[in-house]
Design a protein around this ligand. Sequence first.
Ligand code: GDP
Ligand code: ADP
Ligand code: 5GP
Length: 214
Amino acid sequence: MAHTLGNLFILAAPSGAGKSSLIKALLQKHAETGPHNNVMQVSVSHTTRAPRPGEVDGVHYHFVDRDAFQALIKQEAFFEWAEVFGNYYGTSKIVIEQTLKQGIDVFLDIDWQGARQVKAQIPDTATIFVAPPSKTELLRRLTERGQDSPDVIDKRMTQAVDEISHYHEFDYVVVNDDFAAALAELDAIVTSRRLRKEKQIMRYDQLFKDLLSE
Ligand code: GDP
Ligand code: ADP
Ligand code: 5GP
């Protein structure tokens, strides 16, 4: 993909570490305080898993059946896809490309397999691993969230160790102990990515022309 003003971010973490909450809070913060050239969006994945209570099709995920998902794979509609906890999850190619081109930052909430695929295609992607402060706290959050049955929680706890074993493949690591602190750290990563010369050249093209004119 050609250079775009928008930045691509990947947040990966074991389920329950707080990725969704952090992204949601970051988006809210920027919607309230950010200047309009600093917009960000979270990518809505496709999944074959059943919606949880309160999840809305097209908002949290595009919920599709396995046949529809297979068809999208065949059409090469996905930027990346992976099987997680026995369900398919994938990120649509076209939406990401168009959003980045518009100068909008995009967050992907995807697993380590997806992160690897995206990083290989777009090395410029900032990959962030979110870790829980302890195993006990991870189990507590999964249980307290009240969204998954005990056997699904068991599966997710086992999978957590697998996900965490890949943390060193990421560019940044945030430990989500105190929520506000983790949010501030995430925000700092976003800000520093935005300030990179390559992006500022695009953003301030006219300014530098003016400053350098005789
Ligand atoms: P929702 O399911 O769309 O409401 O959002 P989330 O799954 O992101 O969060 C579930 C609830 O937990 C929301 O009411 C959040 O405000 C709340 N929440 C998120 N992070 C924290 C935290 O660090 N501490 C506490 N106490 N609540 C939190
Ligand atoms: P993920 O998207 O990684 O699966 P969630 O964002 O759904 O995780 O968070 C899992 C649960 O933990 C939610 O109920 C959320 O409110 C809670 N949570 C997230 N971050 C913290 C934190 N720093 N301290 C306490 N609870 C948290
Ligand atoms: P959940 O069912 O809790 O929403 O998500 C389960 C796991 O699937 C999480 O680790 C999440 O990051 C991952 N996931 C969600 N969407 C995608 C996606 O589009 N691609 C990939 N590779 N993983 C995803």
